[in-house]
Write a protein that binds this ligand. Sequence first.
Ligand SMILES: [Mg+2]
Length: 270
Amino acid sequence: MVVHWRKAQDSLQRLAAEPRFGLFSDFDGTLAPLAATAGQVQPSQRVLQLLSDLRELLPVVALISGRSVAALHAKVSLPGLVYVGNHGLERLEAGEVRANPAVQAYRPALQAALQALQALNDEGTHVEDKGLTLTMHYRQAADPQAFARQHEQSVRRIAAEQGLQFFTGKMVFELRPPVEIDKGVVLRELVQTHGIKAALFMGDDVTDISALRMAGQMRQAGECTAWGVAVQAPDAPEALEAAADWRASGVEDVEDLLAWLLAARKASST
Ligand SMILES: [Mg+2]
């Protein structure tokens, strides 16, 4: 079992004293207790105040969640935080919702593929531009099977030429960027884009494991002094603690950790 964060106060103290210290956290089950439905989950006034106060003193406070960015923001609504939703596909930063930069980089390829696909259009088929993916619908074609047989190789070739992945679905061809995004990838991107030298990530569930592991990898590579906290819950996955450096014993304990960091930050900045 990894040690409780209170036994790691020397390391936490060094984090709090680093000017480029960034705080990164999951939301549900980490900063707010789980409830019967996602809609019923509510962060406490105390945690909102702590996040707000920490944001005043830290270059980045980021929430990384599986919720849509809109649903995540609706629960917290604090200005100045970075909100990352859909496990990293979208984020709200400085008032703007944006696609993940790794996906964003494929926009020119998607545009080129869109034009090439439109040239294949036949009566009853159309190409839907979903922004981050393209879908060619052929359900309404005169003979859908014939259309699919005739054009699948061409669509595959267009995807390959643009470096996109090809998928088939129900009466559709789909092209998507070959980007694997998880919370670990997001954590590293945020650390890099914000010039973060020391970081803490907190999470309670399976999807947080990638970020806890990434914290350790960045620390060992000397990229960033990053540490991970596993938030314990009765049904927490075993691999969560194995990937973490320290543990917290629930949402209230996370609040205590945030209060401790805030006090340490204030003490180090005066
Ligand atoms: Mg969670």
